[in-house]
Design a protein around this ligand. Sequence first.
Ligand SMILES: [Zn+2]
Length: 108
Amino acid sequence: MTAREVYLAADPVNAEIVKDMLVDRGIPAHVRRQHLWGGMGELPANVYPQVWIDNPADFERARALVTAFERGPVEGGRAWHCPGCGETVEGQFNACWHCQHPRPHPCT
Ligand SMILES: [Zn+2]
């Protein structure tokens, strides 16, 4: 086995977001089956785009990132500023992409 699926996306945009997230963190990944997209509402579930990693050794780390992505912020997608390094972090991430600082609690 040379590649492994880590994420089944709801749509190609989601697949690209997850793939970019993995690549940004040094995990080579690619999207499969996005070319089959186009008949929304008529397609069976088995044509949803998939994100694959190229190296199975990255699987555990990739799954952890995907899980964090799927959990997402409760309040939905608002970008936040990292208290650790000041970077702007996209709302779907629960830790800073730059310094790994965890997302501050929304109530603090
Ligand atoms: Zn940071």
